[in-house]
Write a protein that binds this ligand. Sequence first.
Ligand SMILES: Cc1cc2nc3c(=O)[nH]c(=O)nc-3n(C[C@H](O)[C@H](O)[C@H](O)COP(=O)(O)OP(=O)(O)OC[C@H]3O[C@@H](n4cnc5c(N)ncnc54)[C@H](O)[C@@H]3O)c2cc1C
Length: 457
Amino acid sequence: MTADPQTWDVIVIGAGPAGLFAARALSGKLSVLVLEEKARTGGAGAMTDGKLNLSPHIGLDLSELQLSEEEASERIARIDEVFLEHGADRTLYGVDAERIALWLDRVSWVRRRTHRGEWDITLLPARQRHMGTDLAHQVVARMTEAVAGNGATFSLRTKVDDIHQRGNGPFIVRTAKGQYLSRYLVAAPGREGAYWFREVARSLGVPTQYGAIDIGCRVEVALPVYDEITQVLYDPKFLFVTPTHGDRTRTFCTNPGGRVRVEIRNGSRLVNGDALKKRKTPNTNFAILNTVSMTEPIQDTTEMGRKVMEFANFWGGGDSLVVQRWGDLTEGRRSKAETFHSAALGYDKMPPTLPPGPGVTPGDISFAYPGRIVDNLRESLLLLSRVIPGVAHPSTTIYVPEIKFYDTKYRTDRHLETNVPNLFVAGDGVGKSRGIVGAALNGMLAAEGILRKEGKG
Ligand SMILES: Cc1cc2nc3c(=O)[nH]c(=O)nc-3n(C[C@H](O)[C@H](O)[C@H](O)COP(=O)(O)OP(=O)(O)OC[C@H]3O[C@@H](n4cnc5c(N)ncnc54)[C@H](O)[C@@H]3O)c2cc1C
């Protein structure tokens, strides 16, 4: 290990699941410094809802990671073990083969071929755990303690401002607290730090590309509507090919008994959702996401996502989410505060967990969002209602904007090393994962790459 306290073998930027799992695998073998902007570790998801999707087909892209299904599954099993060791709930969803078969059968009876020959609705079963926003805090705190106990140093409230490299020398990492040197760098800045790091990466000579972006809405229904499936598959993954445009959408981040939440991003409001382990609401929420790629005349999906987010907030009155009852959307009228809970319209059946109020404006999603995306979201909900009819009840509530900014792509080797030797990237912020387990797997891959280079793999 290196002796100079300001010079490290490895600096990890970001203590989300990607950074934590990289630090975990490296600690005790190399000197590791984790720099985290926030006052705590866990990043975005590990400190929020903590649904662990234990499938190699969810939250990561095997071809992007150049991994076989077996290689990914083996690492996912190890990640699961780590979460369990640190106190994650042992309840496993998605293992009741008989009930899953019934759901697959139900889908097979209602799905149709699109004009391109694809199924318009598919259910992708997966094994899942749920930590819950409340329990995830404790799990992450224990994990951090263990990694620190194994020799890694965490510097919280330490935002990395800049990174330089002179020739092939060490990386020079600048923060307001001082400057650190490292031989290796693992950049795991998450979606929040994605665009900051993209600029830094470009300045270091790493080329980046625009990838697809996920733009969608959050749907809230009464718990009994969705309960039958979430008891078997906690976060059911339905994939859709929409009839009119042939676009791909999917359900994402289901929270049975959960809450719809506001996420602030660069001063704008996005919608999201979570669920507590110990306290349940009478509702369930989930996202429907539409994957959007762009070719000509512009490829900049980041800028597109930002504009969609800002326009939706503008349509909400300046800095607000837009919320609409499904009954109003299908009737072609805006939602209004006066009728939002109308018994005559059936809206009293489901009081939303994020009702209209400051920052949440009843309105019309078809004005707030691009037309093609609104078509896709409406058609997806209608496809879903073939399998779960209650989702198309008039009281169902739709919130926008929900946007996942993991749209920057980096070319790397299979250990996530970029074209700049010793610079590794990992997690959602660099387009290599879309969830806690996928991000953790990225962290492991980067650590494996570093240990191999050190002859310790
Ligand atoms: C409300 C919500 C609920 C979610 N629920 C789930 C779920 O149930 N299941 C699931 O699989 N996924 C969920 N996710 C997604 C999940 O959080 C992410 O996929 C995952 O956290 C990505 O991990 P990461 O390590 O790549 O990035 P992050 O977790 O975002 O961590 C990146 C870290 O880097 C830090 N950072 C950024 N820039 C800098 C800098 N310049 N200097 C220092 N530090 C920096 C950030 O502060 C952050 O802590 C949820 C996300 C949200 C927002």
